[in-house]
Ligand binder design. Sequence first.
Ligand SMILES: *Cc1c(COP(=O)(O)O)cnc(C)c1O
Length: 219
Amino acid sequence: MSISENIEKIKSEIPSQVKLVVVTKTHPAEKVLEAYNAGDKIFGENRVQELVSKHEQLPKDIEWHLIGHLQTNKVKMIAAFISLIHSVDSTKLLKEINKCAEKENRVIDCLLQIYIAKEETKFGLSFEEAEEILQSEELKQMKNIHVIGLMGMATLTDNEQQIRSEFKSLNDFFLKLQTLNFKLQTLSMGMSSDYKIAIEEGSNLIRVGSLIFGERQNK
Ligand SMILES: *Cc1c(COP(=O)(O)O)cnc(C)c1O
C-alpha cells in the first residue's frame, strides 16, 4: 500500500480523539511530502539535525514534534519552530527550553517523558520525579513553557500483558495528576507495534513510523 493509504487505514481505525504523529525519521523529504500531500500536518523526528534539515526543506505549515532525546545544547536549533517536545526528562532541560522560547517570544508545549519500560536504555523520569517537577515553584516561574502532558514508551517485547500494564501504569499516573488539578491533556503512548494497546489504555497521541513508511534501515 502507498504512504497515503497506510495513513488513511490507521486514521480510519483510531477513535476521533486520538491524534496521529507521522514519524518520518530516516525517510527523505520527498517521502514526507507524500504524507503531507495526503493531508497530514503532524510529523515527528527523533534527531535534532534531521528535524532542522526537514523543517528547512518542507512546507512551513507542518507541525513538527521532537520525539527523541534532546540535549540542552541543541534546544536553540529548534526553539523557533518546534510545536511539541515529547521527551523532556530533566529540570535542566526545561530551563533551557524556557530560556530559548523566551528569546523567540514563544511558549513551547512540552510533555514529560516517563520511564515505564523494563529496559536500561530508555530515557525518562520516574513518577515521583515527574510529580516533583510539576509541583515545583521553578516550573511555575517558567513563563515560556507549557507542560501539557506525558509521554512513555513500553518495553520492546511480544508480551502483550507487560506492554498493557506499562501503558496502564502511565495512564493511572496521568489520571491521578488530573485529579490533583494539573492541566494535562495529552498522553503520548504507542508506536507501530503497540499503538492499539496504547489507545485501549488511554493514549490520545500515537507516534507511528514503520507501519506507514515500511521498515527503516538500522541507523
Ligand atoms: C521511531 C520512534 C517511533 C515510531 O516507531 P515505529 O515503530 O516506526 O512506529 C515512535 N516513538 C519514538 C520515540 C521513536 O523514536
